[in-house]
Write a protein that binds this ligand. Sequence first.
Ligand code: HAM
Length: 408
Amino acid sequence: MSRLQAPRGTFDVLPEDGRRRIELGRLAAAVLRRAGYEPFETPVFEDTELFARGVGESTDIVQKEMFTFEDKGGRSLTLRPEGTAGVCRAYIEHGMHKLPQPVKVFYEGPFFRHEAPQAGRFRQFSQIGAEAIGSEDPSLDAELILLLAEILREAGVPDARLRLSSLGSLETRTAYLDELKAYLRAHEGELSDEARGRIDQNPLRAFDTDHAGTAAVMGGAPLLLDRLAPEDAEHFAAVRGLLDDAGLAYDLDPTLVRGLDYYTRTVFEFESAQLGAQRGVAGGGRYDKLIEQLGGPPTPGVGFAAGVERILLASGERDTDAAPDVFVAVAKPEKGREAFGLANSLRERGLSVQLEQAGRSVKGQFKHADRLGARNVVIVGDEIEVKDMQSGEQRAVAGADEVAQALA
Ligand code: HAM
């Protein structure tokens, strides 16, 4: 029979990676909880309409990348391509505007986008995200960026570069896009076919080009940052001031394009040079109109999401230590039951313990303990002995209590 494989663009997490993912989740949760963010979970699939309305009909995500299916009742459902829309849906559904604001949450889990798979780009991937909903205070934008920077630093991403910009309000952005489209049309002849084809749908993408003619045109293009309304410019200046005070370096990048429609005001991305084409390790921004668009009361919000696989790729080979404190060896088959009981009571005392469970010879068991990197081997025979694998020292003990003491 032919062998089955995981679907294209998906992957299995084997133990070495699994350990690193758990560590990353723990460190992110610790960083975020210190700042008052609390765990939050929403379903892996939602009504398709949530993403059409939330992420935006004109985005690549909604147009091309969603895994959408019908349930048995004929309802259109979609595997979530991102987390913010679901969190906002839940905020509205649970009347969370009645809680003290802002509501600060974080999440970790699988997301799905039907993209062409390549290094760092998958069809099922994991994000760690955080959202602060219910206040437009610029300190929340700065706080989230700083927390994200700390997570990346602690996770060992050596060189994350922060790109920062502001999109202003929806009105400013619409007026600006009209201005940009008119500018691009006036220079149509100098643009790449790709940029010309996108003038109506996505003119901002022209900033992101390798084509010399397009790049030359874009060098003279109007910039949204120069068109911000005074209150938006002030908000952005406040965010930058807080980041400056905290000593976090960033590149002001007025051409920063995010792949989701809901952003207003602050937008940002962290990139790592370790990653090649898929440089974005994390991104986010403010979405002050999203909750209203989803049918809730006018409520501002800001957040980020970081790609777990990309963080692990960018932080290189950093294995976490899985070596047990103790390996319990069985000197004679009839001692198996006693060895099992001893291993169990050592685990109850908080030690990490493995034991012989594959019928190896005593010599084979020591070899196996060595391979595992066990710091001690407890040999259960006519008596119980503890061997320190580093010093080679071996001594007899009476039972679990004494083993635990010997190891303390
Ligand atoms: P995003 O920039 O679309 O933002 O995704 C965030 C991160 O998810 C990316 O920086 C990348 O690391 C990872 N990612 C995205 N697509 C893939 C993929 N196909 N394979 C592997 N990793 C991927 C959002 O999703 C927004 N919800 C962020 C946000 C939260 N904005 C406000 N609040």
